[in-house]
Design a protein around this ligand. Structure first.
Ligand code: AMP
Ligand code: MG
Length: 276
């Protein structure tokens, strides 16, 4: 079965994260075995992104969400590293500024949506407004609980503008997170990433799981699906996401525009003498 089907959250279905194996590896045992296929997909990604740019009619928005250490940065490195930076943009969403908070929660998101021909990857997204905001009661229940419908309507609007939306939840276990925190602690090049706040968020793990399950269940739509990606194995996470993005772009039937000059004329006029 294709990973796009296997990991897609069926619209309207209630997600239970504990029933999804975060350590799933599929047909390969390890990175080495999968490496060739992963590399092939990266080459395809490069060509497809160039085609998206040339085609110029639609855009791609990839949203990445997950618990701390889930692998958002690594995924960006993998997917975007395969593409031409001129046609892509990464946008990270942190705590909103005073100006952003004075607007509706989608204001800053809409500005970052990709224009035709471009790819945007969101490192966190509008979903934070029903995740961290819900877990920490940053706004009243009456406010965040409306946001699922607002998000669905907003995403539909982007889709109507030919933006293709793929949303990935990077699914790691609580044990895997602790292991990754420990790796940071033991690796001098990663220690700068450590914050005590990240450890403290672990106390809220179950609340985050509940918030994620609602977001995934209520906002996975036919036009803007969520995928729950098993992410305990970094190579598998990259493999699955790469494959899903490639498959989606291949399905778009994109074409390079026809040249709007007379090629024969150009050949005759500017090359004939040289070639003669
Ligand atoms: P990082 O991605 O690790 O640099 O951290 C960014 C932080 O900003 C995370 O703790 C997010 O939960 C937080 N953040 C992102 N969006 C929002 C939001 N809309 N409201 C509150 N906090 C947010
Ligand atoms: Mg962080």
């Amino acid at each position: 079965m294709k990973y796009s089907n296997q990991f897609k959250v069926v619209s309207g279905k209630k997600v239970r994260l504990k029933d999804i194996d975060s350590a799933f590896k599929g047909k390969h045992e390890n990175h080495k075995e999968a490496a060739e296929e992963i590399e092939e997909d990266r080459k395809k990604l490069r060509k497809l992104q160039e085609l998206l740019y040339a085609h110029g009619q639609c855009s791609l928005l990839i949203c990445l969400q997950g618990m701390d250490t889930g692998g958002k940065d690594g995924t960006i490195d993998h997917i975007l590293g395969a593409m031409n930076p001129q046609g892509c943009r990464v946008v990270g969403f942190k705590q909103p500024s005073a100006e952003e908070l004075a607007h509706d929660f989608l204001w800053r998101i809409h500005q970052a949506a990709p224009p035709r021909g471009q790819v945007a990857i969101f490192n966190r997204s509008h979903y934070e407004d029903v995740l961290v905001v819900r877990v920490h009661n940053l706004v009243p229940h009456a406010v965040w609980s409306q946001r699922y419908d607002l998000i669905n309507a907003f995403e539909q609007g982007l889709v109507a503008h030919d933006t293709h939306i793929l949303k990935f939840y990077l699914h790691i276990s609580k044990e895997e997170q602790l292991k990754r925190f420990k790796e940071r602690l033991d690796d001098a090049t990663k220690q700068w990433k450590i914050s005590e706040a990240d450890y403290k968020e672990r106390y809220f793990w179950d609340d985050y799981v509940a918030a994620y399950e609602d977001a995934l269940s209520r906002c996975s739509t036919e036009v803007a699906p969520w995928f729950v990606i098993p992410a305990d194995h970094k190579w598998f996470r990259n493999f699955a996401i790469g494959q899903i993005v490639v498959e989606h772009l291949e399905g778009l039937n994109m074409k390079r525009p026809k040249p709007n000059v007379d090629l024969e004329h150009i050949r005759r006029e500017y090359h004939a003498a040289k070639e003669a």
